[in-house]
Design a protein around this ligand. Structure first.
Ligand SMILES: CC(C)(COP(=O)(O)OP(=O)(O)OC[C@H]1O[C@@H](n2cnc3c(N)ncnc32)[C@H](O)[C@@H]1OP(=O)(O)O)[C@@H](O)C(=O)NCCC(=O)NCCS
Length: 158
């Protein structure tokens, strides 16, 4: 395991949209529009977003929807200059802890079949592949792997 960079995690607000979107744009070939983050953070009562800070700089973010006993992790990204130093792992662990506090029973997410880095991240945190969403990503018709993890079981682990 790489040594972990110390970060501070706090709830995201609309004031963080610019920094979040800069990371989004640097991270994905088909980034979400800025408006999607705005709507999710402002109006979606099920959504919770958090940012990772190094000093006063936002270096990563994570978003999840907490609904019907399940945490759906909808986005996580680390600024390219801060990758492979444990930022995403700490963000995911933070969200999983919150989900347990909120009595969520399980968590799931979709990940591109080609996104090996993200799959390794989730596998390392105890997620397993549970299914496939054919042509889930409209930009290139790539399949999405569905990865899940139980949160309540004594054997859920991290
Ligand atoms: C995937 C991503 C979020 C990982 O962020 P990160 O902060 O660099 O990840 P971490 O440093 O916390 O790494 C945790 C684990 O992820 C895996 N991992 C991270 N980057 C990896 C890479 N380039 N290759 C292989 N495994 C990788 C490793 O298992 C790592 O554990 P280790 O340090 O014990 O080897 C980052 O590469 C990113 O922002 N990618 C673009 C956005 C994206 O794909 N998000 C996920 C959508 S499902």
């Amino acid at each position: 395991m790489t040594s972990e960079r110390p970060i501070m995690i706090r709830a995201a607000s609309v004031r963080d949209l610019k920094a979040i979107w800069e990371i989004e744009e640097a991270s994905y070939a088909a980034p979400w529009p800025k408006e999607t983050f705005f709507v999710d953070i402002t109006f979606n009562a099920d959504a919770k977003y958090f940012v990772a800070m190094v000093d006063k700089r936002i270096v990563g973010f994570i978003g999840g929807w907490f609904k019907e006993g399940k945490l759906h992790i909808v986005n996580v990204a680390t600024h390219p200059s801060f990758r492979q130093s444990g930022v995403a792992r700490q963000l995911v662990l933070f969200l999983l802890d919150l989900a347990r506090d909120l009595k969520m029973e399980s968590t799931f997410l979709e990940v591109r079949r080609s996104n090996v880095a993200a799959q390794k991240l989730y596998e390392g945190l105890g997620f397993g592949v549970a299914g496939l969403r054919p042509m889930y990503y409209p930009d290139n018709m790539e399949d999405g792997l569905v990865m899940t993890k139980e949160l309540c079981s004594a054997h859920a682990g991290d």
